[in-house]
Design a protein around this ligand. Structure first.
Ligand SMILES: [Fe+2]
Ligand SMILES: [Fe+2]
Length: 272
């Protein structure tokens, strides 16, 4: 069996610390074949950089997915997506002019894992400021283009806001991919399951970021935005002493590409 660990949106330094301080022990106890993570909020809450990606690679993360914020550090994010184009899957249903890869193939001891990332459309267009193509049409083309004989498992991160759109994508892809995991809302859902045709599914994995925050952001700033209805710049609580650590562990039969088990974990960890 192929064992995959997937971490939800790692948000800023508290999220990176939570991974760096907990992943080595988790790798020892779980012995995963592959560790994956959503990194759209990796560098101070928005975007990725070479340095922050390398922190996670050194901690044992082998592959990454993006989201609506993954390009937010402009040329720094583009540089990271280009340098690690063989490890980071950025959203596939956006204009092809964006930097990075829309599909990555990751080698494991049990065979190659195909990794993809798609954006939802419902309540997402404003957040991305660019037209987002239908993820349903795009994922069919993507599967036709990227599945190949060496691929033993396919995992897609569906980065979307609306629970209905994510559940619908789960049933649309049931039996076509090994796992469909949701990200973006930063709130874990209690619906991890194996769909009837062998696809592991969860609406949202949740985030890895500061505990006692609002979605990883300083709660005072987020609250002020709601109370004043004015734009308030967000910041990450870098001095956080505790973090949420949200991930799933998926078991895939590498002979059939079907999943047999998905376990969702949400815990609060102390940060050193
Ligand atoms: Fe996020
Ligand atoms: Fe997002």
């Amino acid at each position: 069996m192929l064992k995959i660990i997937f971490f939800g949106d790692i948000t800023g330094e508290p999220g990176r610390k939570a991974i760096k301080q907990n992943l080595p022990a988790l790798i020892k106890s779980e012995q995963p074949d592959l560790v994956l993570a959503n990194v759209e909020n990796l560098a101070h809450g928005k975007g990725v950089t070479v340095k922050t990606l390398e922190e996670l690679i050194n901690a044992g993360v082998g592959g990454f997915t993006g989201g609506n914020h993954v390009f937010s550090k402009r040329e720094f994010s583009d540089a990271a997506l280009i340098k690690y184009a063989d490890r980071v899957a950025r959203p596939a249903n956006i204009p092809p002019t964006y930097a990075g890869s829309s599909a990555v193939k990751l080698k494991t001891a049990k065979g190659v894992v195909l990794l993809g990332n798609f954006l939802g459309q419902v309540f997402m267009e404003k957040q991305f400021h660019e037209p987002i193509g239908s993820p349903f049409a795009a994922v069919e083309d993507w599967l036709a283009q990227n599945q190949s004989p060496e691929v033993v498992a396919t995992l897609i991160d569906f980065h979307a806001e609306a629970t209905s759109e994510k559940v619908a994508m789960g049933y649309f892809l049931s039996g076509k991919v090994s796992a469909l995991v949701g990200t973006h809302t930063h709130i874990p859902t209690a619906d991890a399951k194996i769909l009837p045709e062998g696809t592991a599914y969860i609406t949202d994995v949740g985030m890895c970021g500061a505990a006692g925050s609002i979605l990883g952001v300083k709660k005072e700033l987020s609250l002020e935005r709601f109370l004043t209805q004015a734009h308030v710049a967000f910041d990450i609580p870098e001095d956080a002493s505790r973090a949420e650590l949200s991930y799933v562990i998926i078991m895939v039969d590498e002979l059939t590409g079907k999943s047999t088990e998905i376990k969702a974990i949400h815990e609060i960890v102390k940060l050193k």
